[in-house]
Design a protein around this ligand. Structure first.
Ligand SMILES: Cc1cc2nc3c(=O)[nH]c(=O)nc-3n(C[C@H](O)[C@H](O)[C@H](O)COP(=O)(O)O)c2cc1C
Length: 316
């Protein structure tokens, strides 16, 4: 893969492959490894208190001299504290999600940082562009974790974002091999953000039960839940049945929030409670068969991408 484009330039990376920030998954071990491979690793501040974030930034620096970034869900009450930790540690790349970047962009830009916001519709993309973001991640509804309410797929979202926005677009949701990267680039994306595939690597801090559950998945193993309180794609289990039943019976937002609870994601992903915890994962889980070292997974993506591009030349 020899791609030099606005995203590789903006982020100072060799390959436009970003490991998505994943709560309870992407800590310094995975992040530094992906950055060392020439991609961009992102720490998930979503599951960290500020001291843990600081520790992870320090550990990343000890393990890579290459760029890495931090993913910050802006709906967190302590978002500005988390941003301040990054500024104090001289982290220059912010990926923001879940919330509006307007409120925090001046703070994040204090260090001449790069700010990239995750969006799930053209409307949100335009808002991020107007707020002054440098690029956006367009995340389709097939992605693991929290999704947009309009349920737009990656295949439909990316070309519409590319047509409507002036800033570069990174594609996320449903990418786990070289074919997916080539497809995203064909749609006009200048980079990809990959989550679930990297969640099932050795360096992800997630529990083995969760990683094995991904590897045992099929195409229909995930489900969109919590439609009333924010949309979450997770692996089907006992808890997802409870949620779907409650939703079918017309549960109120308050009742659903009670089922969501405080620590269900931690229980499923970090502690390996495969029945009663939330295991966020994307529809592409069905294609992931084995837990491997992140470097092996990353190198395979590069080889597959080159093979796809070569193959495409033959049909010209
Ligand atoms: C376990 C898990 C946790 C995630 N946590 C976050 C998060 O904290 N913040 C965020 O912006 N996105 C989060 N995501 C979304 C990923 O960053 C990424 O955009 C998404 O996984 C891409 O789709 P894919 O799973 O099909 O590769 C999470 C995804 C997974 C699978």
């Amino acid at each position: 893969m020899k791609i030099r484009n606005q995203i590789t330039q903006l982020l100072g990376i060799k390959y436009p492959i970003i490991q998505g920030g994943m709560s309870w998954v992407s800590y310094w071990e995975l992040v530094s490894k992906i950055s060392n491979c020439g991609g961009l690793g992102l720490l998930a501040a979503g599951s960290m208190k500020s001291e843990i974030l600081e520790e992870n930034i320090v550990k990343c620096r000890e393990n890579t001299s290459l760029p890495f970034g931090v993913n910050i869900p802006l709906l967190r009450g302590d978002a500005s504290e988390l941003i301040q930790v990054c500024l104090d540690c001289n982290v220059k790349i912010f990926f923001t999600a879940a919330g509006s970047p307007d409120k925090y962009i001046d703070l994040m830009k204090k260090n001449n940082s790069t700010v990239i916001h995750v969006v799930s519709s053209v409307k949100q993309g335009l808002k991020a562009q107007n707020a002054g973001c440098d690029a956006i991640v367009g995340e389709g509804v097939e992605a693991g974790g929290h999704n947009g309410k309009d349920e737009i797929t990656t295949f439909c979202l990316i070309p519409q974002l590319v047509d409507e926005l002036k800033i570069p677009v990174i594609a996320a949701g449903g990418i786990a091999d070289g074919r997916g990267i080539a497809a995203a680039m064909s749609l006009g994306a200048q980079g990809v953000q990959i989550g679930t595939l990297f969640a099932a690597t050795n360096e992800s801090i997630a529990h083995m039960n969760y990683k094995n559950a991904i590897c045992n998945s099929k195409d229909e193993s995930t489900i969109l839940t919590f439609k009333k309180i924010g949309m979450l794609r997770m692996l089907k289990n006992k808890l997802s049945e409870v949620i779907i039943q409650a939703e079918a019976e017309g549960a109120s937002k308050e009742e659903l929030l009670k089922i969501f609870g405080h620590k269900k994601e931690q229980a499923g992903i970090l502690n390996g409670d495969t029945e009663n915890g939330i295991m966020e994962a994307g529809q592409i889980s069905g294609m992931i068969k084995e837990i491997k070292p992140a470097e092996v997974v990353f190198k395979k993506l590069l080889t597959e991408f080159d093979e796809v591009i070569d193959k495409l030349q033959t049909i010209k």
